[in-house]
Design a protein around this ligand. Structure first.
Ligand code: CTP
Ligand SMILES: C[C@](O)(CO)[C@H](O)COP(=O)(O)O
Length: 239
């Protein structure tokens, strides 16, 4: 059974407001995209890495990916994260249903091998796996500037990536999703949850370092994190 990591780098970073997509911004002297590729390329449980890149930047991504031997595909993404996932699924057409596929945000450069290990371990039992952390803030649902509901904080998690799936499951979920004119999702687990509600989604523990670089302040934090040794890439499974 092969494991394919898909690095989703098809976004343009509107909230960052930089002159180029945020995954091309350098922290610690290297583009953010290089960190995510390196994390999966260096994990013994990952066989292949595919990169989905923003239109107009595919050649730059190819240069960044060149040193990484597990990269077997590089394709242009779509207008939404969902469309970029679909581009990767199209590239994986014909692969066996039991292939394990991990979708990771290129904008999360500091994913570590411990997180990847936990996702892969859970995929031995579950067909869909998410990465989550508890929220330090109280999270509320708001409508028209008024609090609509306040779910107990203990029941909430902040999702990160990678999100892992059996290929047959995520393919089926997307088939159903693409037939829905109201399709709207912010991640791949959301697609499984909505279109295959009987499939349990296992949540494993993420990492505070695995932040998503989204706003300019996050680049400052990422510079700091890039300067610190993470000490987490030597889990038994990755040696
Ligand atoms: N059309 C898209 C949009 C997003 N992504 C990827 O999905 C991840 C999470 O998305 P986000 O943080 O929202 O990135 P952007 O879409 O680039 O940012 P923004 O929403 O601020 O424009 C990123 O690695 C991004 O490159 C993608 O592959 N294709
Ligand atoms: C997938 C994700 O990173 C989980 O937190 C998040 O949903 C991506 O959302 P975005 O709006 O594309 O940043």
């Amino acid at each position: 059974m092969r494991t394919v990591a898909v690095i989703l780098a098809g976004g343009t970073g509107q909230r960052m407001g930089a002159s180029r997509p945020k995954q091309l911004i350098e922290v610690g002297g290297r583009p953010i995209l290089a960190y995510a590729i390196e994390a999966f390329n260096g994990h013994l449980g990952v066989d292949e890495v595919l990169i989905v890149m923003a239109a107009g930047h595919v050649r730059t991504a190819a240069e960044i990916a060149a040193p990484f031997h597990k990269v077997t595909g590089l394709m242009e993404g779509g207008d939404t994260r969902t469309a970029s996932t679909v581009a990767a699924l199209t590239a994986l057409a014909g692969r066996p249903d039991d292939t394990r596929v991990l979708f990771h945000d290129a904008a999360r450069p500091f994913v570590d091998h411990g997180v990847i290990d936990r996702v892969l371990a859970a995929l031995a039992t579950y067909e869909a796996v998410a990465v989550g952390l508890p929220s330090a803030d109280t999270i509320v649902a708001v409508e028209d500037g008024l609090v609509l509901s306040m779910p107990p904080r203990e029941s909430l998690a902040r999702f990160q990536t990678p999100q892992g799936f059996r290929l047959g499951t995520i393919r089926k979920a997307y088939e159903l999703a693409l037939a829905d004119p109201l399709l709207a999702a912010t991640d791949d687990c959301g697609i499984v949850h909505r279109y295959l509600p009987d499939v349990p989604i296992r949540v494993v523990t993420g990492s505070e370092r695995n932040l998503k670089v989204t706003h300019p302040l996050d680049v400052v934090i990422a510079e700091q994190l890039a300067a610190e040794p993470d000490g987490t890439t030597d889990s038994p499974e990755s040696r």
